[in-house]
Design a protein around this ligand. Structure first.
Ligand code: AMP
Length: 238
């Protein structure tokens, strides 16, 4: 195990010398992309760009994008590529992306992947992307999704089955009442999985074929998965 992988395991701030560049976290709903992105942010100090979080922020602010996205997300379908790509383009202009970023939940279609690849190819100084696919089996995902609750204040994620808060329904850190995402029901999960199989599984194959691709087993402790991702990225950035 590399030194920075053990840094992730001990949860301390980063000392990794790797310049990570753009990292894509791929995988079905509930595999832990968001959780892993936060681990990598702590290690590398590069931003997490979650298209799901950006869309939810648009919904709660009532922007025109949010008004379009709300119903689509509520049904577990995908927001049109043109809208999501534009939202990502704006975010990637922020200076905090200079040494890299972790795209969490993007690209989710071949159209989005083609757009991202073209954008990076057009930037002379850009490092090529590394794609990491996290894998967890269907029944485990269903348990994770339907049990998921989060703190509206500090965003800490709990699971009523596997990682419950000390007091039922209350955040350990903030004492706030935990909330469940509207699309974390079994019915919407099934639609999200259909969308994943039809539209996002081909994206995984696209990046597998390009190389600079790793697959990690997501049915392990958080630190062990993070260590696996870090080791794969460091190997590919050498
Ligand atoms: P997530 O938080 O990544 O599970 O995303 C929640 C929902 O936001 C998805 O079920 C989609 O409706 C929408 N969404 C997030 N990312 C994308 C994307 N890259 N393309 C299209 N829709 C997205």
């Amino acid at each position: 195990m590399s030194s920075s992988a053990s840094t992730v395991e001990s949860g301390r701030a980063a000392d990794s010398k790797t310049v990570p560049g753009p990292i894509l976290l791929l995988g079905a709903p509930g595999v832990g992309k968001g959780t892993q992105a936060k681990e990598l942010v702590k290690l590398w100090g590069i931003p997490q760009i979650s298209t799901g979080d950006l869309l939810r922020a648009n919904v709660s602010q009532g922007t025109s994008l949010g008004q379009v996205a709300k119903e689509i997300m509520g049904r577990g379908e995908l927001v049109p590529d043109s809208l999501v790509n534009e939202m990502v383009a704006v975010r990637l202009q922020q200076p905090d992306t200079a040494n890299g970023y972790i795209l969490d939940g993007f690209p989710r279609t071949l159209g989005q992947a083609g757009w991202l690849d073209g954008r990076l190819a057009a930037q002379a100084k850009s490092m090529p992307v590394i794609a990491v696919s996290i894998q967890v089996d269907y029944n485990q995902l269903l348990r994770r999704i339907t049990g998921r609750r989060s703190c509206p204040v500090c965003q800490t994620i709990y699971n009523v089955h596997m990682n419950p808060p000390k007091r039922d329904g209350v955040c350990d850190v903030e004492g706030a009442a935990l909330v469940q995402r509207a699309d974390d029901t079994e019915e919407v999960f099934k639609e999200r999985m259909r969308a994943y199989e039809a539209l996002t599984a081909p994206v995984v194959e696209h990046y597998r074929a390009l190389g600079r691709f790793a697959e990690v087993d997501g049915d392990r402790p958080i630190a062990a998965i993070a260590a696996g991702i870090v080791a794969a990225v460091e190997r590919m950035r050498q």
